[in-house]
Design a protein around this ligand. Structure first.
Ligand code: IDP
Ligand code: MG
Length: 135
């Protein structure tokens, strides 16, 4: 594996639910490096750019409305195999199917408010980092 960057985001349900600290602890426990971290309210344009691959799907409109509904925590993470390490740490998209011990398995309840976003490939990560940390 190579040193990679990945983009993670703690979603509005987890921020509102007071789970930032516990989620950050789990990210730190992996040994990966937190390069940037910022509490922010996403613009509609950022949300649409991040989820462009899902445009036209039945859940797209509610996904965009949800992700701009409250503050999120944006994270730029780096380290050996960072993309795959973080996907494993997050668990399956649907918290009901996510393994206990994963962030979604432990802190999530529904697929539409599933605690975290994480880039699914090195290519996605490059695209997403450019959207959320342009400087
Ligand atoms: P991922 O977040 O695990 O990469 P994606 O398939 O990329 O999953 O979907 C993006 C987000 O869209 C998910 O995190 C979830 O919040 C939402 N989503 C995905 N599939 C569904 C669905 O069937 N119903 C409602 N929301 C969904
Ligand atoms: Mg995805």
């Amino acid at each position: 594996m190579a040193v990679e960057q990945t983009y993670l985001m703690i979603k509005p349900d987890a921020v509102a639910g007071g789970k930032i600290g516990r989620i950050i602890s789990r990210i730190e426990d992996t040994g990966l490096t937190i390069e940037r971290m910022e509490l922010a309210h996403l613009t509609f344009e950022q949300a649409a750019a991040n989820y462009a691959e899902h445009e036209g799907k039945p859940f797209y409109d509610s996904l965009i409305a949800y992700i701009v509904s409250g503050p999120v925590v944006k994270l730029l993470i780096s380290g050996e195999g960072a993309v795959a390490v973080c996907r494993k740490l997050m668990g399956a998209t649907n918290p009901a199917e996510a393994t206990p011990g994963t962030i979604r398995g432990d802190f999530g309840l529904t697929v539409d408010a599933n605690v975290m976003h994480g880039s699914d490939s090195v290519e996605s990560a490059e695209r997403e980092v450019a959207i959320f940390f342009p400087n």
